[in-house]
Design a protein around this ligand. Structure first.
Ligand SMILES: [Zn+2]
Length: 232
């Protein structure tokens, strides 16, 4: 059985109704991206940043996984350990669709961690009526478990191994302009994988794509998955 690695970006969540900061020219729901998505912004105004992520968390729970998320879940059911999913999205929609082998490169809206002892806390277990939630272990300030600008994405070592090892690499709903994720397709290609893109527009790194499917991933992905792994 072939080994598949899939990378998803904002485009797959957009089709569930999640807005991304790239839709609005440097503003994210009327906030300066640097203010709400950088360690400096958090240091300057943690209350504002927390309010922003509480709102994003609530928004993520108000939408549903779509046909593309579900197609990837079925793909995993069929391929088991020969399937891995990397996502740039923080909304948890892949997990809610039932995917298990998910690496959340940029963290998750559904968890927070302590700025002092680093203990991790699910948001649903926290008192979100506080302006700044505090650590249940040491009482210090928590921060959203989101990889902000200037911070190092999660799972880079595991991802590099997966990219070198995979035979098919599929990139879905991402423009290919944000590194390191934009470089993943290049690594997979250089190590011999067949590379496929599913995206509304033609990605920036088209030179490394063997097979381009242009359009909505909720329409294109289910039949594509079926053609690759047989009947779902
Ligand atoms: Zn703590």
């Amino acid at each position: 059985m072939k080994k598949y690695v899939v990378l998803t970006g904002a485009g797959i969540s957009a089709e569930s109704g999640i807005k991304t900061f790239r839709d609005s020219g440097g503003l994210w729901e009327n906030h300066d991206v640097q203010q709400v998505a950088s360690p400096e912004g958090f240091q300057k105004d943690p209350k504002l940043v927390w309010q922003f992520y509480k709102d994003r968390f609530a928004q993520s729970l108000s939408v549903q996984p779509n046909a593309a998320h579900l197609a990837l879940k079925k793909m995993e059911d069929k391929l088991q350990d020969n399937f891995h999913l990397i996502t740039q999205n923080v909304d948890g929609l892949h997990s809610r669709a039932g995917s298990k082998r998910v690496l959340e490169l940029h963290g998750s809206l559904s968890t927070a961690f302590c700025t002092v002892c680093r203990a991790s806390h699910p948001l649903i277990e926290l008192d979100l009526s506080c302006e700044i939630p505090s650590c249940k272990k040491c009482g210090n300030m928590l921060r959203p478990d989101i990889v902000w600008f200037g911070e190092i994405p999660y799972f880079l070592y595991e991802i590099e191994q997966l990219l070198k090892d995979c035979e098919v690499f599929i990139v879905i709903g991402t423009s290919g302009s944000v590194y390191p994720a934009a470089g993943f397709v290049m690594t997979a290609k250089l190590f011999g994988a067949h590379t496929i893109a599913v995206n509304l527009s033609r990605p920036d790194n088209l030179g490394f794509i063997d097979e381009m499917h242009q359009g909505h991933c909720t329409e294109l992905l289910p039949p594509l998955v079926e053609s690759m792994i047989g009947s779902l």
